[in-house]
Design a protein around this ligand. Sequence first.
Ligand SMILES: [Zn+2]
Length: 129
Amino acid sequence: MDRFFTQTHCDRCHKSLDGGRIMSMFNTQCICMECSDKERQRPAYKKAVEADHEAIRSGNYNFSGIGEDAQDMEQEIHSRSREAINEAEFNENQGEFSGAGASGDYESSDDDADDDDDTDDTDTGGSDD
Ligand SMILES: [Zn+2]
């Protein structure tokens, strides 16, 4: 980008930069103050500035602007080099300890199944005589 300081003519109108130079808000062109004034009056200028600030805020210092061809129409600036924002979301899920339910079942129910041995007295017909 050192060309920015060495070039002598406006990238846009090719006039001399004796009156001052400035980086375009729309791209990386080095333009004269006159061109700068012109682009400031463009409705899209606000967007260009916002996009620039947004890029810097997200760590993109090489943002090249929304483009000089960004006319006054609605431009989707969000799709341009915005992938720098990677928000890692930390969801702290605290695992709950389900306490070991030591509800002692000590009741050993003694089921003495009484087998009633019914002795069948099958009297085979006593011969009565
Ligand atoms: Zn110019």
